[in-house]
Design a protein around this ligand. Structure first.
Ligand code: HEC
Length: 156
């Protein structure tokens, strides 16, 4: 028994040495993964919100209720996923437009995230039943929640 636990301790120590061998590189790649993750989440949101729904709201493309509602549902599901891509230490590690203020004004940044989650959630819920006029209003309120954050926290 004693022998076994000594072997285990040595194995654990060896494994620990292995995973901590290149802290620089692994911190770097963890930050890179977070940056890619948040950009991917916003890329999906942008595809549906700006790419599919906005032209319908503007009247540049015929309003297709089913397509609008599907996009609204996807945006509502993606919105709550964005915040976890902005963890500590993810201000650099890959090309990013995230401003440093995100981490110095963390509470305000989170409040702006929460506002987007609320507005996209409302839009997703009403999309199948509301009139186009009401959808346009809620689309506008949702877009304002995107802009409020981009103005302060996303580099041009
Ligand atoms: C709380 C802040 C915040 C809110 C709210 C927010 N964004 Fe962003 N968004 C960002 C930041 C920061 C970036 C830059 C991320 C990076 O480059 O690492 C970004 C990037 C993007 C991108 C570019 C993604 C890419 O390809 O790199 C799109 C598109 C986008 N946002 C759309 C939206 C839309 C649409 C909404 C509203 C439904 C929204 N965002 C709400 C902060 C926010």
């Amino acid at each position: 028994m004693l022998k076994l636990s000594v072997v285990s301790a040595a194995a654990v120590a060896a494994a620990f040495a292995f995973v901590t061998a290149a802290p620089q590189a692994s911190a770097q790649s963890a930050a890179e993964a977070s940056i890619k993750y948040r950009q991917s989440v916003f890329s999906v949101i942008g595809y549906h919100f700006g790419g599919n729904m906005a032209p319908m709201v503007r009247g540049d493309k015929p309003y297709d209720k089913e397509s609008f509602a599907r996009s609204a549902g996807i945006v509502a599901q993606m919105a709550p996923l964005a915040h976890e891509g902005f963890g500590a230490g993810t201000d650099k590690g890959a090309p990013t437009k995230a401003k440093a203020e995100i981490w110095t004004n963390a509470a305000d940044f989170k409040a702006k995230m929460d506002k987007m989650v609320t507005e996209t959630g409302k839009l997703g819920q009403m999309a199948r039943t509301a009139s186009l006029d009401d959808l346009k209003k809620q689309f506008g309120a949702t877009g304002a929640s995107c802009k409020a954050c981009h103005d302060d926290y996303r580099a041009k």
